[in-house]
Design a protein around this ligand. Sequence first.
Ligand SMILES: [Zn+2]
Length: 689
Amino acid sequence: MATFRNLKFRSYWRSRRDVQCSVAYASCEGHDSPASAHSAAQGAVFVEANSDTNETMEVPDVENRDVDMPEGPENELMSWENDPDFFSGSYDSDCTSVSSQDDLSDSDLGEVLADWVKQYNIPSTAVNGLLSILHRYHPGLPLESRTLLHTSRNATFRSMPGGGTYSHIGITKNLQDIFEANPDDACFSHQHLKIQINVDGLPIFKSSTVQLWPILGILKGMLCEKPFTIGIYCGNQKPCNVHEYFAEFIDEFKQLQHAGLQLGDRQYCVSVHSFVCDAPARSFVKQTKLHSGYSACERCVQKGQWINKVVYPETDAPRRTDISFDELADKSHHNGPSPLQGLGIPLVTLFCLDYMHLVCLGIMRKLLLMWMRGPLRCRISAGMIKQLSENLVRLRVAIPCEFARKPRTLYEIDRWKATEFRQFLLYTGPVVLNGLLTETVYKHFMLLAISIYCCVRSDLCKHYASYARECLIKFVKLASQIYGEDVLVYNMHSVIHIVDDVELFGPLDNISSFPFENYLRCMKKLVRRPSMPLQQLMCRMSEMDTHKSSTQSVPLHSLSKHHDNGPIPDDMTDLLSVMTQYREFSANGCKLKVTLKDGVVLLKSGEIVCIRNILSHKAMAYFVCQRFTTRRPLYSHPFDLSDIDMYVVSELSNRLHTVSWNDIERKCVCMPLQDCQGRYAVIPFAHKE
Ligand SMILES: [Zn+2]
């Protein structure tokens, strides 16, 4: 009561500050005490205050704390990115602040609050508490979080015969929502809508066996492809009966196949683009033998051999076909008919071998574990593991901002995520392993690294497909000689088939689990209480604007971190009065900065340059660059790597020249070489974040 009385006589602005504090406090709910909430709020302010300044002022995360900037002349080039004077220009913030909108109506405030609740995943009890405070000052606001967030109460739940519950949202509902939010997206200019499907199990609590089995989809061909939920099963074990699990999906899909889908004034055909799942989920959906069993290879007909485990030594066994699969021709491969049979979906070719699970979490992890803990003949010494870890940590300063994670030591390998194995395979591994592994083992690793790199990079994958296949077959054959015959398990064998998918679908990121994994991680966070997890999830998901386009209102490019410090090429100094200088540029998800970490790019001309300044004139961006004057191939096995633009570069030219965004082919990872002063390994980006 005392609190209320005090509030009652305060000025509007004082009250408004109180409300803002309430919002900050509520955002910290889930923390143990007001003190932690206070510190969290302080942290938020601190980060915001520094987020617009240079990177040297970033609050280091726990992972970054033990990292020192490398010293010595070899990092001379790297050092100017940390020069505080170089980054002292003012910054044009493009953030809009709620507090500047003084004429905010209650309904506007409701929308802002709803966005804030969704962004920070605020519990409904906290939202209800906040609404009851705000209601005194904004009577137009609802009193209940479900009203504020437009929570749908239409979800239906079906009890499954073997236990668990299933709720179906539907392909049609999602496509209608996507169309409504993005009617002008390029994918709706075609008559054919293709959906990629993902099925995976997701344990939600550490203390129980409760798990979710969502059926997810992605509408392929969109400018910004994002997963959506088609249906979710929740139970204490995986669905007992795959036919029951897929019942609604199949009914709906048959209906779509038969009648098509009307969106706006156009009629569309809907079909399956591909299925992207891990090996256990593929075997569950296809009703085939588990990956640890005999006859488990999904692409060739061979009975595995038992060498301590089931291995697949043949690399040229007869191929499975969609027809032979439909006829259940190889009885030893099938557990029974798949629920998808009869839908006209090719069940061999459309079930992709997802490289996130197969290669990153499968083979790359296995290789690292064998080097660390495997048989003596392939194990590396403790000193080499230490050296390798130090080399990886040293590269942390060179990892561009697009990467979610920076390299960690090998001692933490049991906690490495799929993106870290991918980063090691495609970028850091070829650099840090060179000279540490024996030449035979390093060359063997490079067969895998370069083949997968070519299969991931969109401009190389088709051209290098057959060469990558040859390299991967060689990799598998040599693996048994180097690591022993028992290494040829399902994953190691199946990589020889991965190029078939590249030939059919293009780069591996078109058919990888990475976007689904991110989506599942967010989905898991929406379940807060152990009771009725599926019901909670369906409510939270109905509140999300999952289909709101992030591309419709985004400008072609954006510039930030304005400054006046140059450098400017001599032939452009007379234009200085009409140009603006910036340190950061972003377009199409690519961020370029005037640092070695984020400013080394491959030009369409084939040159590798480093961006030193970004100029803007009449809505066009120009990049002031210095060219690396010396370069040689990063390595010469399995072929001369300069063919795919991988170089060791050094010596920046003194001359500044200017290029436009259209001159830039792709951004590169630029990694300092350990014992080569001023020399850098440059590897162009291949993967899609
Ligand atoms: Zn096979």
